[in-house]
Write a protein that binds this ligand. Structure first.
Ligand SMILES: *[C@@H]1O[C@H](CO)[C@@H](O)[C@H](O)[C@H]1NC(C)=O
Ligand SMILES: *[C@@H]1O[C@H](CO)[C@@H](O)[C@H](O)[C@H]1NC(C)=O
Ligand SMILES: *[C@@H]1O[C@H](CO)[C@@H](O)[C@H](O)[C@H]1NC(C)=O
Ligand SMILES: *[C@@H]1O[C@H](CO)[C@@H](O)[C@H](O)[C@H]1NC(C)=O
Ligand SMILES: *[C@@H]1O[C@H](CO)[C@@H](O)[C@H](O)[C@H]1NC(C)=O
Ligand SMILES: *[C@@H]1O[C@H](CO)[C@@H](O)[C@H](O)[C@H]1NC(C)=O
Length: 414
């Protein structure tokens, strides 16, 4: 942390260096458990709660944190692509459109949820509901309860309890912690014009429990591997305790939701963590391309893969040696598991942040033959585009809502 100014003076223009915020480590960091579900790679989970446009996504790697709601400790997955915090309420009704065998009881794959009433009371003026594009949905009601994360308590926090859902989990989590802006809480509800409210992180900084910043470090390997550098953290108010390459710090402005043309919003209001990288670099054995095409991307911990336009992704597939191929039925590209992986990086704040080869070609997700491994980047015909877990594992990402900017530094290889 201390060497940041020295390092910057070597690498970044003085004006940029002068304005780069100097982050401090926070004692309020919370370890997260990484979970990779064993669902077949063909099972696509399409999340789109806050995304009107088409988004095919894979959701088989996620990060779990224990939060305390009232006095109940409940595991939830974290998401920077939505803003609500919801928990399933016991007993809840799980519905399904399809059944593994006739008469089977639907299983939503949610863990034990919240029991009993919310101590701050219910909100009775409007319902909670979010629909996802693959047909999954959560519905229930809002109320107030204290929410504690890593020793910090957001008092009288608005949360949602879900009592009617179709969900496809694998039993590790009982809800979601949405870390995006308040604006998103007023969208997409069952009733038009739902009042927006402050999500957990917003409450915490407005109550001055923390500086208006959080950061994440995501491990590439499951948390059963004990080494510290492999751990994942959510750090509230500062930096997590992982080593980064200090000279790589770079920043990018967080854009308003009007930056995603496909969404058709006119407001410049901040909603999600949208940045506009300066370019993309592919360096394969046979081809090296650098494109300066600029388009907005979401920084989304809730997305396993990164999702980019065909103009970027097709040359990337071609740069694998042998090239990646489309495997029908999966909707995704795979390359031979022993293929040579090209270098692929995104330019942010004058620096290139590369994907790790392990994330570009994931050895643990294979096709039926077992010889082809999944490429960590997928294409989509229109935005929003996403930098997901397959990129975030290589950096520490700082979400600074006070300065409206994201900062990144490369993690020391682990
Ligand atoms: C959305 O996806 C469907 C199915 O893949 C496709 O037919 C349609 O063209 C897509 N729409 C957009 C706007 O990309
Ligand atoms: C948890 O909170 C509920 C309601 O506030 C209370 O009735 C219960 O006794 C508490 N349980 C424990 C173990 O503190
Ligand atoms: C809130 O709603 C739930 C579900 O209908 C109910 O069980 C609970 O008693 C209500 N709590 C209050 C304080 O009304
Ligand atoms: C869910 O809670 C709401 C609000 O209390 C209630 O009206 C509704 O009947 C509940 N639904 C189920 C399936 O329990
Ligand atoms: C390298 O990639 C660029 C961009 O896709 C393409 O236009 C060019 O033909 C490729 N060159 C070779 C030698 O493959
Ligand atoms: C990669 O694996 C295939 C079989 O799966 C084998 O035929 C090929 O020789 C291997 N290539 C390299 C470069 O090791």
């Amino acid at each position: 942390m201390k060497s940041i100014l020295l390092a910057l003076s070597l690498a970044v223009t003085p004006s940029a260096a002068a304005s780069l915020h100097h982050d401090l480590p926070t004692p309020n960091y919370i370890p997260m458990r990484r979970h990779e579900s064993k669902t077949p790679s063909t099972l696509l989970h399409k999340r789109s709660v806050t995304r009107p446009a088409n988004l095919t996504n894979v959701h088989d790697v996620y990060y779990i944190i224990d939060i305390t709601v009232g006095n109940q400790t409940i595991p939830v997955s974290i998401d920077t692509g939505s803003s609500d915090t919801w928990l399933v309420q016991e007993p809840y009704e799980c519905v399904s459109y399809f059944f593994p065998y006739p008469g089977a009881k639907p299983d939503c794959g949610l863990g034990t949820g919240f029991v009993g009433p919310l101590s701050g009371g219910n909100i009775t003026t409007h319902w909670f509901g979010r629909a996802y594009m693959d047909g999954t949905f959560v519905t229930g009601f809002f109320g107030y309860e204290d929410v504690t994360i890593g020793g910090l308590t957001a008092k009288h926090q608005q949360v949602a309890l879900v009592n009617y859902t179709f969900w496809q989990g694998d039993g590790r989590t009982s809800g979601l912690l949405g870390l995006a802006y308040p604006y998103m809480t007023g969208l997409d509800g069952p009733e038009e014009g739902q009042p927006a409210y402050d999500p957990v992180f917003t409450t915490m900084w407005k109550d001055k429990l923390i500086d208006p910043v959080f950061s994440i470090a995501l491990s590439r390997t499951n948390s059963e591997a004990e080494e510290q550098e492999k751990e994942s953290y959510l750090a509230l108010g500062g930096l997590p305790p992982v080593t980064v390459d200090e000279k790589t710090w770079a920043k990018s402005e967080i854009r308003g939701i009007d930056a995603i043309p496909e969404w058709g919003f006119e407001t410049k209001e901040k909603g999600l963590y949208i940045i506009e990288p300066e370019g993309w670099v592919i360096d394969g054995k046979k081809n090296e391309t650098e494109t300066k095409t600029r388009f907005p991307v979401l920084i989304d911990v809730g997305a396993t893969l990164s999702i980019l336009p065909k103009s970027i992704v097709n040359p990337l597939y071609a740069a694998f040696d042998p090239p990646a191929i489309y495997i029908s039925g999966t909707g995704l590209f795979f390359a031979p598991c022993n293929a040579t992986v090209p270098k692929f990086g995104v330019k942010i704040g004058g620096r290139t942040f590369s994907f790790a080869p392990e994330d570009l070609l994931r050895q643990t997700v294979r096709d039926r033959s077992g010889e082809y491994c999944r490429v960590g980047v997928t294409d989509v015909s229109s935005g929003p585009y996403v930098l997901g877990v397959s990129w975030l594992t290589s950096v520490v990402a700082v979400f600074d809502v006070f300065n409206s900017e994201m900062r990144f530094a490369s993690r020391i290889e682990y």
